[in-house]
Design a protein around this ligand. Structure first.
Ligand SMILES: [Ca+2]
Length: 437
């Protein structure tokens, strides 16, 4: 029975392997293997879009390359970014670009299916202005008096408009329901004593009575003279149930105003009237983030040193020096000058900790120095320091760290000379998570 089961499990595994191999072979046969030729600069056109650059060209009808690499240096941080497009692609959208940087230089380079490269071609293109973004920092309720409120359709028998600001959700405002009714739209108006700009509103629906006549859509209009009105927003999907709060997002009319209208354009049950129990108006403090502004701290930064760890083999010895042996904190690992730090060919530096026996060349039997009294180390790893030093600036590191028990990966800054600092202040951690055994 056991043998039979083994055979059944083995068969599907072998079939999977066979089909994978066939696929790989087919893909290799379909690629363009002729001499690759990059498009000419005049064949590549561009369009400036808001915060984006569109690059476009005609894909060759008969293949003259298998794929192209398109790369450019991002002026924001000095990093080179690369994208790959197939020979069937005719458009590439570059995002997060800024008009203030002027010309972006794109390098196009064609390749055939076995990776043979053609001569590169450079194309300059500009971005459209990137849009600013807005976020609400806070909102502050504006105190209103009944004399500031008005409406074009008050119900004479009940629901006076002052009920909107009495702080009581059981009292309500009602537009005219008694005969003769007037068709929508109908409005609430606030006449301010002062100017307002960025704002929000809140209201609460009526808590008892008629189950219809809740506003379901409305326009918000502003005016500086009470005569000429501008529509700022159209609200829809408003709450059509009792005693429900509606809190608006914030609105930016782009100009100051002294009058506001909440103009109801539809109601639940298609009634020719509406009602609500409370209405509030808020001034909103809006934070503007304009990436095109020249005054941001980010735009003043200049990249002075970096290592993107491109290529393979050892890290660049002109940029890095390596520690060797036992170094700190009675740690188990012995740092190796070579072998445990390598570039992986995809823009990463890989530091590897190994369970590995190495003999300690500084071993002295019976020494009181922990760096000397161990004959062997059971683990090896790597520790490297940049040769570049600086006094002021911003440091950015992108790293993926292991979280296995017993590991202690760290990225930190040292004082260039220990004499410059008190010994307790010589180290500034960027990351030093300790995963204890
Ligand atoms: Ca009320």
């Amino acid at each position: 029975m056991k043998r039979y089961m083994t055979f059944l499990f083995a068969l599907p595994v072998m079939m999977l392997l066979a089909s994978c191999t066939d696929n790989i072979t087919n893909m290799e046969r379909t690629g363009y293997l002729g001499e690759p030729k990059t498009l000419t600069a005049s064949e590549i056109r561009s369009e400036a879009l808001p915060g984006q650059i569109k690059l476009y060209w005609s894909a060759p009808v008969a293949a003259t390359y298998e794929y192209m690499k398109v790369s450019y240096v991002n002026p924001a941080d000095g990093r080179r970014l690369t994208q790959v497009v197939s020979r069937h692609t005719s458009e590439l959208l570059i995002s997060n670009t800024l008009q203030k940087y002027g010309d972006y230089t794109f390098t196009f380079q064609a390749y055939n299916a076995d990776g043979t490269a053609a001569s590169p071609v450079e194309v300059k293109a500009r971005s459209g202005k990137a849009p600013a973004s807005y976020a609400e920092r806070s909102r502050m309720r504006v105190t209103l008096t009944a004399s500031q409120l008005s409406t074009d359709n008050q119900e004479p028998s009940e629901g006076p408009i002052r009920n909107l600001i009495d702080g009581n959700t059981s009292t309500f405002f009602h537009t005219r329901w008694s005969s003769p009714q007037k068709p929508l739209p109908q409005y609430i108006q606030i006449n301010f004593n002062e100017e307002h700009e960025d704002f929000a509103i809140k209201y609460t629906t009526r808590d008892t009575g008629n189950a219809d006549g809740f506003p379901t859509s409305a326009d918000l209009l502003v005016s500086d003279d009470g005569t000429n009105w501008t529509t700022v927003a159209t609200l829809s999907g408003l709450p059509a149930s009792r005693k429900t709060d509606y809190n608006s997002t914030f609105f930016r009319p782009g100009k100051k105003f002294k009058h506001l209208r909440f103009l109801v354009t539809s109601t639940s049950g298609n009634r020719n009237y509406f009602h609500m129990s409370e209405f509030s108006f808020y001034d909103v403090d809006v934070v503007v983030d304009d990436p095109e502004a020249e005054t941001t701290e980010q735009s003043k930064k200049v990249l002075v040193w970096s290592d993107e760890f491109e290529g393979t083999g050892q890290p660049d010895p002109a940029k890095w020096k390596f520690e060797e042996g036992f170094q700190r904190n009675h740690e188990d690992q012995y740092y190796m000058k070579e072998g445990n730090a390598a570039l992986d060919g995809s823009g990463h530096l890989v530091i590897t900790a190994r369970r590995q026996n190495v003999s300690n060349p500084n071993y002295q039997a019976g020494s009181s120095d922990w760096k000397k009294n161990r004959a062997n180390a059971k683990y090896t790893s790597a520790s490297m320091q940049s040769r570049f030093t600086y006094r002021y600036g911003t440091v950015e590191v992108r790293a993926k760290i292991p979280t296995v028990s017993g590991s202690w990966p760290a990225i930190w800054q040292w004082a260039e000379s220990l004499r410059q600092f008190h010994s307790r202040l010589r180290q500034f951690n960027l990351a030093e998570p300790c995963f204890r055994r």
